[in-house]
Write a protein that binds this ligand. Structure first.
Ligand SMILES: O=P(O)(O)OC[C@@H](O)[C@@H](O)c1c[nH]c2ccccc12
Length: 255
């Protein structure tokens, strides 16, 4: 029966479609410290970050520098990003791509999948527990990986009531834009007190500027860092990654 044959093939194709093609979790498992390098033209707190914004060059520099994953802002109004930008970068790299978006509805999770994201961000500050669970379930169905972002204890508590695997600790308060790297220390400590569960991956986000910041965060035991502005403003992003002693195979030289 030809129909049987066609459907057998389709089942394979559909299975491939559902599989996360570029896994951030694999990087988190393999690397001592995973670097997610962000492509961000502007932000509400900083305005225009990079005047001569050249996303493709930025991507290539991140790859050359040894980034493990790429974060792409897709919000247009406040960050001057776009879905088309993510789609076009998707064609140019095999690195996992995190879609940086303010996701409040499952339809945006589907959209993330179809524009080529491997990982999405869910910001606890803008969700309630029910929404967060629904969005996590939708992502799970699509085999998208998820970073759930927290900034304070209440948000952390909410996330601990879910199946989230990767927790992003945002050092920037999204309400007043204040940045404090101690947020990571504080929330990591709370996490250890609150749960015996060990199998979380922790990513420190925002405000990371120097090699000293990196060693501080490494010492705290984070699994990854997410860096935007510092790399966007660097004349040579690849050199900046090296300077932060994040480049592969160089970590034992400059410690
Ligand atoms: O540019 P920074 O300070 O290195 O920060 C990067 C990233 O953490 C930041 O862009 C970010 C973290 N969480 C967000 C949520 C929405 C938009 C942006 C963000």
């Amino acid at each position: 029966m030809i129909l049987d044959k066609i459907i057998k093939e389709k089942e394979k194709e559909v299975k491939a479609l559902k599989k996360s093609r570029h896994s951030l979790i694999e990087k988190l498992k393999a690397e001592e410290l995973t670097l997610i390098a962000e492509i961000k033209k502007a932000s509400p707190s900083k305005g225009l970050i990079r005047k001569d914004f050249k996303p493709v060059e930025q991507l290539m520099a991140y790859q050359a520098g040894g980034a493990d994953a790429i974060s792409v802002l897709t919000d247009q109004k406040f960050f001057q990003g776009s879905n088309q930008l993510l789609e076009s970068l998707r064609k140019l790299t095999e690195l996992p791509i995190l879609r940086k978006e303010f996701i409040i509805d499952p339809i945006q999770v589907y959209q993330s999948f179809f524009i080529g994201a491997d990982v999405i961000l869910l910001i606890a500050a803008v969700l309630d527990l029910e929404q967060l669970k629904e969005l996590l379930a939708t992502a799970e169905k699509l085999k998208l990986e998820v970073i759930v972002e927290v900034h304070n204890e209440a948000e952390l508590d909410m996330v601990l009531n879910t199946e989230a695997e990767i927790i992003g600790i945002n050092n920037r308060n999204l309400n007043n834009f204040e940045v404090d790297l101690n947020t990571t220390a504080k929330l990591l400590k709370l996490l250890q007190e609150k749960t015996p569960r060990q199998n979380y991956y922790i990513i420190a986000e925002s405000g990371i500027k120097s090699a000293a910041d990196i060693s501080y965060l490494k010492e705290l035991g984070v699994d990854g860092v997410l860096i935007g502005e510092t790399l966007m403003k660097a004349e040579s992003p690849a050199a900046k990654i090296k300077e932060l002693s994040l480049s592969k195979g160089e970590s034992d030289h400059d410690s």
